[in-house]
Design a protein around this ligand. Structure first.
Ligand SMILES: NC(=O)c1ccc[n+]([C@@H]2O[C@H](COP(=O)([O-])OP(=O)(O)OC[C@H]3O[C@@H](n4cnc5c(N)ncnc54)[C@H](O)[C@@H]3O)[C@@H](O)[C@H]2O)c1
Length: 298
């Protein structure tokens, strides 16, 4: 048996606020492999998430294959659009959802993790978050502000997380983010600078793999996932059609499950993947390999 064994390791998964997205599936797979898992949750979604957990609404999806429950070691507030609280506009800081949670910047997250677990606290960091306020607008109609907001929340946030959490990671650790092939091929409808943000994320994955590899001995990879009807993807407005299209045109016609991205992330986080860094790993039923729609030839 060749096991994925993460016993004794700690993961931090940023971008979990329900049980429908990739972040939750990755957290679950890491826990299945024996890791303890902390999550980072966007303050506007934090109350609802905790409430769902407390009321047992996620008990079924939190049940691991051995029967035990996925329990989050910590749920940290995180707004990955800010590196420190000084950067946050006063208006947002005073907002009801932010006032109560304290320092939810990336530096604040790093400080909390260090205070809770000390240096060498983390083995796995997952960046499973994105935000593009103008995602429904074509690139040609995207404002500078909307474009920069997408790149800031969805791509620079990874750079900042590696810079601030890297020092807390043990050598051999793994950083994983989630990307989408709109970075390299045109996906009509995936607008607002989100395609640009994913291109930056993939390029940064290579550079961060080099820099953080040399500095901390950690690996940095990104998973290019196929479409999934998560909460974030529903904001795009055409996700059901995207899922259906991939089902009709990919080499494998069954629809992608978040679980399949979770198990890939667990593998990439394990010593079994110790030779893999700087890579974009496709988990998309092979759709990226196609160059022509199947329907076009009958
Ligand atoms: N769903 C898809 O079709 C698809 C395909 C490829 C890649 N991805 C990527 O997967 C990742 C996870 O998305 P998902 O589709 O699983 O949806 P999701 O809704 O489960 O995850 C997105 C998370 O980002 C959080 N978030 C938004 N802005 C934030 C901020 N400023 N700070 C901290 N958290 C913030 C949201 O609260 C949410 O929890 C994203 O990077 C997304 O682009 C998704």
């Amino acid at each position: 048996m060749l096991p994925i064994d993460l016993t004794g390791r700690r993961a931090l998964v940023a971008g979990v606020a329900d049980d429908a997205g990739f972040g939750f599936a990755i957290a679950k797979a890491l826990a299945e492999a024996g890791a303890s898992v902390c999550v980072g949750t966007w303050p506007p979604a934090l109350g609802i998430f905790k409430n769902l957990l407390e009321r047992g609404k996620m008990d079924e999806s939190r049940t691991l294959s051995g029967g035990a429950m996925l329990d989050f070691e910590r749920i940290y507030p995180l707004d990955a659009a800010f590196d420190s609280m000084e950067e946050m506009p006063a208006e947002l800081r005073e907002n009801k959802r932010y006032r109560e949670v304290g320092d939810c910047s990336i530096q604040g997250l790093a400080d909390r993790v260090r205070a809770d677990f000390g240096n060498g606290a983390l083995d796995v960091v997952v960046h499973s978050l994105a935000n593009g306020p103008e995602v429904k607008k074509p690139l040609l109609e995207t404002s500078r502000q909307g474009y920069l907001a997408a790149v800031s929340a969805s791509a620079y946030s990874l750079v900042s997380m590696v810079a601030r959490l890297g020092p807390l990671m043990r050598a051999g650790g793994s950083v994983i983010s989630l990307t989408y092939m709109a970075s390299e091929k045109v996906i009509p409808g995936y607008g607002g600078g989100m395609s640009s943000a994913k291109a930056a994320l993939e390029s940064d994955t290579r550079t961060l793999a080099f820099e953080a590899g040399r500095k901390y001995g950690i690996r940095v990879n990104t998973i290019s996932a196929g479409p999934l009807a998560s909460r974030a993807a529903s904001a795009i407005g055409i996700i059901e059609r995207m899922v259906q299209y991939v089902g009709e045109n990919a080499p494998l016609t069954d629809h992608l499950e978040a679980r399949e991205v979770g198990t890939t992330a667990a593998f990439l986080s394990s010593p079994l993947a110790s030779g893999i860094t700087g890579s974009t790993v496709y988990v998309d039923k092979g759709y990226h390999a196609m160059g022509m729609a199947v329907g076009a030839v009958g």
